[in-house]
Design a protein around this ligand. Structure first.
Ligand SMILES: Cc1ncc(C[n+]2csc(CCOP(=O)(O)OP(=O)(O)O)c2C)c(N)n1
Ligand SMILES: [Mg+2]
Length: 269
């Protein structure tokens, strides 16, 4: 298992890979929610998912499938996707689609993009593992605006019923939907209280872009059992790139030459 320092270096490298990929591709990509979730995602992959060829591995389902570029960057850092291929992001005929496609990149685990579906399928995977006595975990990364979907709450109810303590929902609470603040669209109230009332274990991370806090949260999560667990982490949308941080327009965009000069300064590239 990597140290906090090593994980921070890995997350920075993945941010560099991500921004270079999007700049090189000249295409639009969902950067804001990729950057907010990067630190936790890197930590989860590092700790639980080392052998991506092992069929019994823990799995990371990208329920907020629009941030697939984050997953591509992590898989590239693990040499599953080549740096050369990253340049083809969203080009005609590429393997690197704008949302996860397991027919093109099987290691993305599930075709997602319709918000709400990823967590539901992750629950099915977790249930199957219980039947097959596979002790590895199923993680699902959800956006906070994804919590607006009805299917999410059906799944949360059912996962508690089946006591799926191998299912971990990570909620990226960056406060923003596509453009607007999440709570202006539909006020979520307290996600902690809601998950608890649905009989889930809840771990709150005050700063989901702080690797020490992330590691502590995962240590605590590992000690829990009997119920599914939600890790609710407060993050900054666009974290790590100065002009994207908390910018309501950072959801989906291209990186032009001028932007890239700033990116290189921000990420020491
Ligand atoms: C069912 C469904 N409705 C609408 C959309 C369009 N959509 C794509 S991203 C997005 C906002 C997502 O915000 P959030 O879940 O908070 O993600 P993040 O901020 O982490 O990028 C929406 C509404 C969708 N992909 N699926
Ligand atoms: Mg959000």
């Amino acid at each position: 298992m990597s140290s906090v320092d090593e994980l921070e270096k890995k997350a920075k490298k993945c941010r560099q890979i991500l921004l270079k990929m999007v700049y090189d591709s000249k295409n639009v990509a969902h950067l804001g929610g990729s950057l907010s979730a990067m630190d936790m995602s890197v930590a989860v992959y590092d700790r639980y998912i080392n052998d991506l060829k092992d069929p019994n591995r823990s799995r990371f389902v990208l329920s907020k499938g629009h941030v697939v570029v984050m997953q591509y960057a992590i898989l590239a850092e693990k040499n599953i996707i080549s740096m050369e291929e990253l340049k083809t992001l969203k080009h005609i005929g590429t393997h690197l689609q704008g949302h996860p496609d397991i027919n093109k990149i099987p290691e993305t685990e599930m075709n997602t993009g319709l918000l709400g579906q990823g967590l539901a399928v992750a629950m099915g995977m977790a249930y199957a593992r219980k039947i097959n006595n596979n002790k590895n975990k199923i993680f699902a990364l959800c956006g906070d605006a994804e919590m607006h979907e009805g299917q999410i709450w059906e799944t949360i109810q059912q996962a508690a019923h089946f006591k799926l303590d191998n299912l971990i929902a990570i909620i990226d609470n960056n406060g923003l939907s596509s453009h607007d603040p999440v709570n202006d669209v539909i006020d979520l109230g307290s996600l902690e209280d809601k998950f608890k009332s649905f009989n889930w274990n809840v771990i709150t991370v005050k700063d989901g872009n702080n690797m020490s806090e992330i590691v502590e949260a995962l240590d605590n999560m590992d000690k829990l059992s009997g119920k599914p667990a939600a890790i609710i982490m407060k993050t900054i949308k666009g974290k790590g790139v100065s002009f994207l941080e908390n910018n309501p327009n950072c959801h989906s965009l291209t990186i032009n030459d001028k932007d890239y000069e700033q990116v290189k300064k921000d990420l020491d590239m």
